[in-house]
Design a binder for this molecule. Structure first.
Ligand code: PLP
Length: 491
């Protein structure tokens, strides 16, 4: 009460209690923000020049860093302006950043950033759209166009509709959330309305599920233990479809979820999607396909058969910050059941309008407000098209095969699986201990020449080299092979 004047009007935030006025322009505020505002073109030129220097040095900077944290600095009280901040960043933090976007970062499955994708990302921040609803901007329509282009790129039928999410984990989370609602539909309940307890126990069958599937089941209240691992084909990471059929038989007609894998992370193996989809003739199940990077096999005529049947899935997960080479974070979720998707993620509020048949994005994913995540992908697809992106896939596949051939001739190493697409999975000759593999990984990292990640394949400690960057060349493979030779010959 005492903060109000006689008319009961609350004071304007930022105005002085002694009758001061709000500044008419941001410059008038003085301080570092006012000073920056007065020099925006010049400061953005300086930022652009810094970015160009960083990109120019990407091939030369050590590929990965063993982190050494700089001494902490307290929250600045007044701030040093953009130029000062850039200097601080360049001094304290940037030297410790990895060349993750560079050509010899072969750890995990890591994409780079094409020029058009980077430009799209810059403009995303510049325009700062919130594509949540279509009340004020065409931004959501650009996102719809991009999703339709991607559907086309992966050869999915028009019944599949796409929504942008932050990564493959969120894509799988959303796909399995729709699956959960589908199970409810079959059992005459709505988990979205009544809670997951109304559903009863749920069975999720998969051959070689990615860890993100298990994490999603935890987040969805279905529980990590809902997953039942199905037997694999001999010497493979692909599911044995006959064993899957037996597991489904055992459920005695109870609806289930099947997670099929298109591109496992160790050996890039592919489940037979057509054979799995055909099982739906006799067994009710929701088919979710984790095609985080494997979906890109569709772009190569020699490898497209690996994802034949992808369109028959009920939900599909594809990462874009991997093989599409857009910056983090970006992935897409496709489903045929947008109605169930909206039932799960509906976010009703008077100011958002009704959900309708073509729901706004706010009703389709876990997020409400978010960035216009489609714009970097739109730029990449507009700039390079299907052909340009097919070329990236073809080149990475050829480079992976090339490294595989070299490793096969090195006495110090042996391949653990044929190079099916873009990952080389190999280990040291003999039976190396996990500690010995870690030594080799650390030595490669310390050399600054390359970054590879360790794994365990069929109980054997191993290494992986994953190719999904548009910048990588034959000369890079040469350098990777050389450092592999070197570190193996060290005692
Ligand atoms: C990378 C990956 C994921 C998880 O992706 P994020 O983008 O890290 O969420 C899931 N499945 C597969 C097969 C992957 O390669």
């Amino acid at each position: 009460m005492d903060a109000r004047d006689e008319a009961g009007t609350p004071p304007i935030p930022g105005s002085s209690p002694t009758g001061g006025h709000l500044p008419a322009t941001p410059e008038e505020t003085g301080g570092s923000l006012g000073a920056d505002h007065a020099r925006v073109p010049e400061l953005l030129e300086a930022t652009r020049a810094y970015a160009v220097r960083l990109l120019g040095g990407l091939g030369d900077r050590p590929v990965a860093r063993t982190p050494v944290r700089p001494a902490p600095v307290p929250l600045p009280e007044t701030g040093i302006g953009l130029e000062g901040a850039m200097e601080e960043f360049a001094k304290r933090w940037e030297p410790g950043f990895a060349a993750g976007a560079g050509p010899r970062y072969l750890g995990f499955v890591t994409g780079g950033v094409t020029p058009a994708a980077l430009a799209g990302d810059w403009l995303t921040g510049t325009l700062d759209q919130n594509p949540t609803s279509g009340l004020d901007s065409l931004a959501p329509d650009l996102e719809r166009e991009t999703a339709a282009w991607l559907r086309d790129l992966f050869g999915l039928p028009p019944e599949h509709e796409g929504t942008f999410v932050s990564g493959a984990t969120m894509s799988t989370f959303a796909g399995l959330a729709i699956a959960r609602e589908w199970l409810g539909e079959r059992r005459g309940v709505s988990p979205a309305e009544e809670g997951v307890a109304a559903l009863g126990p749920v069975t999720v069958l998969s051959g070689s599920p990615h860890s993100s599937v298990v994490k999603s089941l935890s987040m969805l209240g279905l529980g990590r233990s809902a997953i039942r691992r199905v037997g694999l084909l001999p010497g493979r990471e692909a599911v044995d479809v006959a064993r899957l059929a037996e597991e489904l038989d055992r459920l005695d007609g109870a609806p289930a979820i099947v997670v099929a894998n298109s591109g496992t992370v160790n050996t890039v193996d592919f489940d037979d999607l057509r054979a799995i989809a055909a099982l739906r003739e006799h067994h009710p199940f929701w088919l979710h396909v984790d095609a985080a990077f494997g979906a890109f096999a569709a772009l190569s005529p020699e490898h497209a058969h690996l994802v034949a049947g992808l369109g028959e899935a009920d939900s599909v997960c594809v990462d874009l910050h991997k093989w599409l080479n857009v910056p983090y974070d970006s992935a897409i979720q496709f489903t045929r059941r947008r109605d169930l998707q909206a039932r799960v993620f509906r976010n009703s509020a008077a100011y958002l309008g009704p959900v309708g048949d073509d729901p706004d994005f706010v009703h389709l994913t876990p997020e409400n407000s978010r960035r216009l995540r489609a714009l970097p992908a739109w730029f990449a697809l507009a700039a390079y098209g299907r052909e340009g992106h097919a070329e990236i896939v073809r080149r990475d596949v050829a480079l992976a095969a090339g490294l595989g051939e070299r490793i096969a001739t090195m006495p110090a190493y042996r391949l653990l699986a044929p190079v099916r697409l873009n990952v080389v999975c190999f280990t040291l000759a003999g039976s190396p201990s996990p500690a010995r593999i870690d030594e080799v990984v650390d030595a490669i990292t310390a050399s600054g020449e390359a970054f590879l990640t360790p794994t365990i394949h069929e109980g054997v400690p191993a290494l992986r080299a994953a190719f999904s960057n548009w910048r990588t060349t034959e000369a890079d493979v040469e350098r990777v092979a050389k450092i592999l030779q070197e570190v193996a010959s060290r005692p």
